[in-house]
Design a protein around this ligand. Sequence first.
Ligand SMILES: Nc1nc2c(ncn2[C@@H]2O[C@H](COP(=O)(O)OP(=O)(O)OP(=O)(O)O)[C@@H](O)[C@H]2O)c(=O)[nH]1
Ligand SMILES: [Mg+2]
Length: 295
Amino acid sequence: MTFAGRIKNFFSKASGLSDEFFEDLTDLLVEGDFGASEAYMAADALRDCCKKEKITSPDDARIRLAGLLEEKLLSEMPAKMPMAEISGSECIVMLLLGVNGVGKTTSAAKLAALFRDLHKRRPILAAADTFRAAAIDQLKIHGERLGVRVVAHKQGGDPAAVVYDAIEAAQAGGGDIIIADTAGRMHTKTALVQELKKIDRVVESRAAGAGYIKYLVLDATTGRNALAQAEIFMEAVSPQGIILTKYDSTAKGGVIFSMASALRLPVLYLCTGEKYGDIQQFDPRLFVREFLGLD
Ligand SMILES: Nc1nc2c(ncn2[C@@H]2O[C@H](COP(=O)(O)OP(=O)(O)OP(=O)(O)O)[C@@H](O)[C@H]2O)c(=O)[nH]1
Ligand SMILES: [Mg+2]
């Protein structure tokens, strides 16, 4: 049974809002990848609300919980959403960051398709993962399939130089949005951090005035480990938003609440498959309703 199905079951089978009900709800939220303290706080807040608002039926409590979780999600996200800030920019640079295998390259291709088709932009893909030869080829294949230009150097080349060239190509009239794939792994962590910082400096200096957004790509199936993975990137280049991938492969979404409170980063996109169209802008209200199995 899906996690949303279990939540639905839990509320529909509950006979009343007893202490045991709130304890079981806490456990269930933890199973859904909530952190223990977050689960406890959410159940506690629901208990207070139900008391104050004289809510007695579990069904009404579920709807109230949806409201509380949505409020929590919105209050913990930064007031200024990075997408809103950059959407009017003439030129946009997007950097995709994340550990290996999370879905950076696939997401870069999805964003290229999305920005071209929906936002009528002219994307350029930058193959700034020069660590593996296969990574460059993989991005080139996406570029061919999508009919999107890919700026690439040889394996082992300087990724910052790739991004530099992609910015030049855009400035020369070749495009208006640069989507850069980066390496998720290097020989050492220090090397990775230095490489990412260098790319960041190049964008800051070469694309001054352009909209610039750094996405942290996280794999939803890794649950709370995704938070630990985030640290190195938070330190290196301060990403402003999250692309959560492989949401189709997990029934749990509690980690999104932890991301909002622990990282104070908004989830901006949710990816739900391997096809180019499997990317959606994150909608907190819809997400909470799905998480709680509300139709
Ligand atoms: N089911 C599912 N699979 C995905 C999704 N996004 C990416 N994948 C798959 O995850 C695998 C890894 O994706 P990549 O895009 O190569 O990941 P990466 O972060 O670029 O990996 P490295 O270049 O090795 O660091 C591929 O098999 C993708 O097809 C998604 O939203 N859902
Ligand atoms: Mg890759």
